[in-house]
Design a protein around this ligand. Structure first.
Ligand code: PXG
Length: 288
């Protein structure tokens, strides 16, 4: 059976899925999305992703034409229809088709799309040896212009920084905010460990409040680590004992170099490795 895609209330074959070219999601990047993992047939932290999607939709005054429990059910049934054991769900809500022009009143029928597919992960050696990353010259969106807390279909800010990373031969780039503080990477949140304390930028630094980030903060507190959400400068990363990134796609991945400077002893550190192991147990449902 060909891959089944959910489009507006129906599961259809991937090649039959259609959206209007007048959809403001395409014309203006007007919409919101989530990327969600499936582990062992279970959709991981689905309620958290659904809550963030509705919050982001509210922030852009987009009314999702489906109640939360029904959308949750639709995600589950799309995963089941594709017999997906380990994979990735892309949940997208667009503003819908309308006239040309920005006015949201000239649109109708927000479109809900659910894709359940496989995911390509970072190569295993990056988890074993750690990533080398660079600082992008592209700063993260100013929260007063477009809040990084909104996971919108406008990802150009991150894409421009990601281009800098790939040009430099790196997998990820660190993005600073308009104040020069550490914000996040293009698709991952950032943490450091310094003298046994786990630190990560607060949401006020202009970041996406990652669901993996929040899960890892919870795991760290379970492990009786002190966790501080505090503004960080690049200096703090250069001077850290350990550094790692978190995200739906990357999970927990060590960083051993920033801008050519070695972090700690240049190897994935013990706190990073412990949190990665705890996170893996959580995704496999062995941690409650
Ligand atoms: N910051 C940014 C800017 C992100 O886009 C994260 C942090 C991590 O958040 P989560 O909730 O995933 O822990 C993200 C997540 C994709 C894709 O297909 C992107 C993300 C997640 C999953 C898939 O590009 N970004």
């Amino acid at each position: 059976m060909p891959p089944q895609v959910f489009v507006n209330g129906e599961l259809i074959d991937k090649q039959d899925a259609k959206l209007s070219v007048y959809d403001h999601g395409l014309l203006y990047g007007d919409g919101v999305f989530e990327g969600i993992r499936v582990y062992g047939g279970r959709v991981f932290l689905l309620d958290e992703h659904i809550d963030r999607l509705y919050e982001c939709a509210r922030a852009i005054r987009l009314e999702i034409p489906m109640a939360k429990p029904d959308l949750t059910e639709a995600v589950e049934s799309t995963v089941a229809a594709n017999k997906l054991e380990d994979g990735y769900v892309r949940l997208v809500v667009t503003r819908g088709a309308g006239y040309l022009g920005l006015d949201i009143r000239k649109t109708s029928d927000p479109q809900i799309v659910i894709i359940a597919d496989t995911i390509t992960l970072y190569p295993e050696e990056h988890y074993r040896d750690g990533l080398s990353i660079i600082t992008a010259s592209t700063i993260r969106n100013h929260p007063g212009a477009l809040s990084p807390r909104i996971k919108s279909l406008n990802y150009l800010n991150n894409i421009l920084a990601k281009i800098e990373a790939t040009d430099a031969g790196c997998q990820e780039a660190l993005m600073l905010n308009h104040k020069g503080e550490v914000a996040e990477c293009t698709g991952d949140n950032i943490f450091i460990v310094r003298r046994g304390v786990l630190k990560t930028p607060p949401t006020e630094a202009g970041i996406l409040e990652g669901i993996t980030r929040n899960a890892v903060i919870g795991l760290a507190r379970d492990a009786e680590l002190t966790v501080r959400e505090v503004p960080l400068l690049r200096h703090d990363i250069y001077a850290a004992d350990e550094c790692f990134l978190t995200g739906t796609a990357a999970e927990v991945i060590p960083v051993v170099k920033l801008d050519g400077r070695q972090i700690g002893d240049g190897k994935p550190g013990p706190v990073t490795q412990d949190l990665r192991a705890r996170f893996q147990r959580l995704t496999r449902g062995q941690d409650g």
